[in-house]
Design a protein around this ligand. Structure first.
Ligand code: ATP
Ligand code: MG
Length: 326
């Protein structure tokens, strides 16, 4: 069983990335062969600062390690270090009808956001993601809900390739967490929390305690004052209950009971305390790792070498199958 997943180096990891994806990664790395990628080529599809990209890559590598990814157990590497991702993505483009890419929810959302400026990189994002996964013949792709559709398309691309050129790829499956597959923005609970959206809506795992307090205090709630989980009628407070539940491993009903008659103010205060405590050790580990970034660079170099061996093997097979190599 092989596992592949990645995060864009577009800013500090938030609690959605953690509860949606990384928590699954930590469990999987104990029993499976895992590749965890820093997907920098995906990061450049949306506006970014070229001067800061290298630093963001290093920062994400440090974040991975601070949260518990272990280079002795998993391959941790940077996407652009392994050029085969791009070659395979190109080949997949030749197998994928344009309409399928245009129908992807993420593309439609970004097309709405950027209007006429939406670039072909965003349209082709799922092709590169399919290449990321299939290059390593991964079985499992632990992601949040927003990426499920892209994994479905990856399966379709694998199926199509196998049909046209003969059995080559396994069909990978997305794995979603039981709870926490979609954490919503603290400022707009109808939108998912994202690194690149409103910073006040996004809570980093490594945020300093005062900022956690401030962001939770300012988080949007709903009319009334009752702590009740009801995502349709009370999306704001339901999102916060979800976060509370994930951070404490208490059931929603337990939380509702604990805060019966207590109101939003007290609930938010307690939630901030819980989050500050939950992520304390990660903050400390992260600070230590920053003292020795060359160690982290070494880990990425080794990760590149290990990933490249697997990638080259697949590409050799693919080139032969599609007639580029005899
Ligand atoms: P960006 O705005 O740069 O796209 P992002 O927050 O969407 O940032 P990604 O790097 O795109 O993060 O995604 C990394 C992983 O985190 C993916 O598996 C994705 O499904 C998951 N994820 C992202 N946002 C959430 C969320 N709000 N809740 C649960 N999982 C999430
Ligand atoms: Mg994203």
């Amino acid at each position: 069983m092989r596992v592949f997943s990645g995060i864009r180096p577009t800013g500090q990891i938030h609690i959605g990335n953690y509860f949606g994806a990384i928590k699954q990664w930590l469990k999987l790395q104990e029993t499976k062969e895992c590749l965890f990628c820093i997907v920098d080529l995906h990061a450049i599809t949306t506006p970014y600062d070229a001067q800061k990209l290298k630093e963001n890559i290093l920062e994400l590598a440090i974040d991975y390690l601070a949260l518990g990814l272990d280079p002795k157990k998993s391959i941790i590497f940077v996407q652009s270090d392994v050029k085969e991702h791009l070659e395979l993505a190109w080949i997949f483009g030749t197998l994928t009808p344009l309409g399928e890419l245009k129908r992807m929810t993420q593309f439609k959302e970004k097309a709405k956001k950027y209007g006429a400026l939406v670039n072909a990189g965003i349209l082709n994002y799922p092709l590169l993601m399919a290449a990321d996964i299939l290059l390593y013949k991964a079985d499992l792709v632990p992601v949040g809900k927003d990426q499920q559709q892209h994994v479905e398309l990856t399966r379709e691309i694998a199926r199509r390739f196998n049909k046209k050129y003969g059995q080559t790829f396994k069909l990978p499956s997305a794995t979603l967490p039981e709870f926490g597959e979609k954490i919503m923005s603290l400022r707009d609970p109808t939108k998912k929390m994202s690194k690149t959206d409103d910073p006040m809506g996004c809570l980093s795992v490594f945020e300093e305690p005062e900022i956690i307090k401030e962001k939770i205090k300012k988080a949007v709630t709903d009319p009334g004052n009752e702590i009740k989980y009801d995502p349709k009628k009370k999306p704001g407070i339901s999102n916060l209950i979800q976060i509370f539940s994930l951070a404490t491993e208490k059931k929603k009903e337990e939380i509702e009971k604990e805060f019966e008659g207590k109101g939003y103010y007290l609930f938010k205060e307690k939630l901030a305390q819980v989050l500050i405590k939950k992520f304390e050790k990660f903050r400390e580990k992260r600070k230590k790792l920053w003292q020795n970034p060359s160690l982290v660079q070494e880990i990425l170099k080794k990760g590149k070498k290990r990933a490249e061996i697997l990638a080259k093997e697949t590409m050799q097979e693919v080139r032969k199958k599609i007639g580029l190599l005899t």
